[in-house]
Ligand binder design. Sequence first.
Ligand SMILES: [Zn+2]
Ligand SMILES: [Zn+2]
Ligand SMILES: [Zn+2]
Ligand SMILES: [Zn+2]
Ligand SMILES: [Zn+2]
Length: 753
Amino acid sequence: MTHDETEKRVGEQELAAFQLHEELDERRDRNDGELESEFNLNLYGTSSKLTFRLVINHLAMWIYGQWRRSLPKTRVSHCDLRMICTMPLDILYEIFEHLHPIDLYHISRTNRSFQDILRSPSSSSIWRAAYEKEDEIPRCPEDISELEWADLLFGKRICQQCGNGGAPPNLTFRHRLCRKCARLCLVKQRDLVFPSSSIWSLVRRSQVINMCPDGTFDDDWPLYLKDESKRIDLRLSLTVDFADIKKVVEEHNKKRNLDIDSIRSHVLKTFRWAQRTAQAYQTQREVRYERNMRRVHARLVRSGHTLIDVQKAQFDEDVLDEIKDLKSSLPTRIWDYLKPQLEPAIHLARLTRLEKARKQLIRARISFIKDQYNQYKKDETHPSTWSYHPPLYTVCEFDMLRRLIEREGDELLSADDEGVKDAMRTLPGAVEEWTREKMRQLAGLLPGSRRVGADACDDLTGDAMSIDSPPREPDEPDLHLLNLATSVFTCLGSTISSIRAGRCLIGWDGAGPHLRCGALQTHWDKRLHFSRRGYEAAGALVELVGWDKGTATVGEMDGFDGRFVCGGCTSASAGEGGRKALTWRECVLHYMEKESDLARHSRPSWSLLTDEAKADVVRREEFDPYIKDKSWTCAHCSVHYLAPVDRKGAIDHCKSAHEIRRPIENLDYLYVITTERTPRRPAVFREIADCLCLRCPETGVTRLRTLGALVPHLRDAHQVEAPLVCRDWVQVRTILRSTMDLPQLQRAEGPLR
Ligand SMILES: [Zn+2]
Ligand SMILES: [Zn+2]
Ligand SMILES: [Zn+2]
Ligand SMILES: [Zn+2]
Ligand SMILES: [Zn+2]
């Protein structure tokens, strides 16, 4: 296809786009921003928008705009330029010498005569003069005409092959091809394989000026001419066979190398110029964008939107691009077109802002309620009840308080608020009601609480007797059941060892304070569960002591304070030198934790230690580390409400602040149960130590020794060389009885009270 044919085809196919472009130029000449924007608007509304955008040579437009702006403003409303066509050539030349290269290019496009004039070699002085005034713009290389060079730089981005848009000038190959056509004759670097790296210097490499509307460059373009790279390959294979030709080829290559170098350096120079120009273009575009956005914002605010919403709104990128390209103030027609596209984003920003503000308000109100609730607990309730109060999230759900928190309007809560005062007055009643409800729910889980039978209550698996389901019997569950030693609950959210304080919760004193466990706010049916294993373990312990598991209370078992060892564990399996001597509560937890070891712990089996063995164990027990927990408080005042202390701190406080000489635990000071508790380390039960020295004075401390340790003791401490049983020592029973014994044997000694 010849150049002329291409031109013709382009002219036909893209006539509309061309006309628009020309019209744009013309209007810019008139410096009529408003009209120009209106023109943009027309464009944006049509399907030719894309085509138009693809053919625009933004670089040329920018250079042209800069040039026009640098000229003094003339006010020629209209003049007849037809006489130009009949002017003598030398006068025309005189005029042309004062023009910008881009003007010359535009003139060449007006008709065939001008094109011929500007293409002829005799016009080269005109071009030279034009370029001299614009020393920034790269000069025409020798291998093409001035007009072709101007066309390459300033022409529309129209493909010389197919006439489509999106065809950037290729400086190396002096052509303009769209991506599709470029792929037909060019290849990417990765598709070329040369036997030697030096060959790369023998092939020409593309350099396109592919400037995007935002001033950036898209350089992802096939680089090498297919034909050229193929020829090089062939020539190389010849050199292997013919030594003479090799020499010729070397000469040729040398020359070619030089040629390519010269093209390359010119191409690079031109490309760098394009980059510099693009930079200025970008800067101006950004300045314009900021200015346009300020205008758009101001306009939006004037039409009733809040500035902050306008600023936060995430506008559609396409709309932003259109705003970027606006070159004037906002005429009504453009505004009417843009506004509906901007408003949804502002609307969304407004909703987000209001939602966020509402959440913040709710948080602030909850924080206020928290302070009020704390104040109430501190000032108006006894320290012994603190552990049993509902958690804040529950309190916020109480009707009166929830209404306060969710109240319409955006004012914060204040203590003077009548609504707040009313709600706080109802708080004690609501707390009591909540507590009773929780007690009812917990008692309802226990065996014997309902006539439907105990089996239905084994709901470690969940559903059988969920607190959410209405009771099957209208009868109130007996709240006294919560005092039973067998009333064992568990928090399924507190089963990992580090927070196992919630694993075994016995009676109301265990379960009540754990209702504040964070795990229950969202998980595990939001409640505690009855523990069948805990129930079985506790029942076996109660019966071992000789009591009725249907009536023995937590307090009674605590008071009995026996020491037990687990029959399922052997000395070897227990580790640490033997089985541990556990309190009854520790036994229940042990059996619950051994749920996975069913081989040894399929049913609870306990041995109860005798008084002597227990005394020996207790002698070796460390202090319960919970006395060091900072969870103690004075029972007479609320000084420790926000900052609980260790037990010694509480005792000292009682002595100094309340002049109590010997403060009593749970009367003058107490442990505030939380969901954490440092566990006690039990002492080991030494099964073979069952000998008691009769020579040691009665000091209230019982010490059991093995026979092996007893003999040296009698000799060293009491100078008894030949110890006699019953005179110097006795063997004592260490295990009083076991659940494994026959029932008659178990009952033989009767209940222990
Ligand atoms: Zn094409
Ligand atoms: Zn828990
Ligand atoms: Zn065990
Ligand atoms: Zn006090
Ligand atoms: Zn002794």
